[in-house]
Design a protein around this ligand. Structure first.
Ligand code: ASN
Ligand code: ZN
Length: 322
């Protein structure tokens, strides 16, 4: 399906979107069967060479390869989240086809956005299962693409931790929307299902309780921090981008719960407006990002001051805007 990209008639597109919304409000299937816009999945066949061999186009049927089919389905959910909820087509907002490579490397324990495409390892089969398996991991990586084309947050220190956090925020939003869970019903975990069963890990990260996702001899303990008083200064991990992202992650989870309802509605609109509205730039720090979200909340909901108030309270809870 080549949505808007090749200019196919928009009536048909509108009709499909309406159908999808109706389905979501009634039975809320975890994955809409017609998810996605214009995806191309490639197979690296265990090499670390990109993009690899083209194996599944947008309109092709399932291949029977779990990683290929999960990558197709989950990147479709990411595409649809941004298209249907935030009116954004693909990572660049221009509907550019999305390339996704699976079976990258051998026992490869990661997934990433390389600046142009998504890439997924198969995991080592001892600790990590396939990185295509959890929906939210794919949405996290997709959102790195969105951030690159919008706020452009530099992947180092506080701006890097914000880049990481924005990816977790939209990952959580996508998961909650797929499950039909409100902010209060959600588990706020990222990467459930990524770890193999005997690993002492519930997930990769917890947005509501950063630092509590795992504690296993093979992994160590979840190093994420939950507030500014615990901010970690380090040279590793691009200045602790996956550690300090716990701080803005928790701010979003608290804001969403404080605002109430579904995270993909008012809270998601506020965070999306912040990253696309010009108030967040490549060098924005935590305090600047916090102000941008409060400004976005005020701008989007001028008649309901409680939204900006809940956003402010959430940031104060993690040690910002004090
Ligand atoms: N999975 C990691 C991430 O998206 C890969 C990386 O970029 N370090 O944050
Ligand atoms: Zn990331």
């Amino acid at each position: 399906r080549r949505l808007v990209a090749d200019g196919r008639d928009t009536l048909a597109v509108d009709e499909r979107m309406r159908t999808r919304r109706a389905e979501a409000s009634s039975t809320t299937p975890p994955l809409a069967p017609d998810a996605g816009g214009n995806r191309v999945v490639y197979d690296a066949q265990g090499a670390e060479v990109l993009p690899g061999t083209r194996v599944r186009d947008e309109d092709d049927p399932p291949t029977g390869d779990a990683a290929v089919d999960e990558a197709h389905d989950h990147s479709g959910v990411a595409w649809d989240l941004f298209a249907d909820v935030f009116d954004r087509r693909s990572v660049d907002g221009e509907g550019t086809p999305l390339s996704v490579t699976v079976h990258y490397g051998r026992d490869y324990d990661n997934a990433f956005w390389d600046g142009t495409q998504l890439v997924f390892g198969d995991g080592d089969g001892q600790v990590f299962d396939r990185f295509t398996k959890p929906l939210d991991v794919t949405v996290h990586e997709f959102t790195h693409g969105v951030t690159q084309f919008t706020a452009g947050l530099t992947y180092q220190g506080q701006s890097g931790a914000l880049n990481e956090s924005v990816s977790d925020v939209f990952a959580a939003i996508a998961k909650q929307r797929a499950l039909g869970q409100s902010a209060d019903e959600a588990d706020w975990l990222i990467g459930v299902g990524l770890f193999l069963p005997d690993v002492k890990a519930t997930a990769l990260r917890s947005m509501i309780a950063p630092g509590t996702a795992y504690d296993d001899p093979r992994l160590g303990r979840d190093p994420q921090v939950a507030s500014m008083d615990a901010y970690v200064e380090t040279e590793e991990d691009s200045g602790g981008v996956h550690i300090n992202s716990g701080i803005p992650n928790r701010a979003f989870a608290l804001a969403a719960k404080g605002i109430g309802g579904n995270s993909w509605e008012r809270p998601g609109q506020v965070w999306y407006a912040a990253i696309t509205g010009g108030g967040v730039t490549p060098s924005t720090d935590f305090a600047g990002f916090a102000r941008a979200t409060v400004d976005a909340a005020t701008g989007l909901f001028p008649d309901d001051a409680s939204v900006a108030q809940q956003v402010t309270l959430a940031w104060q809870e993690v040690g910002l805007l004090l």
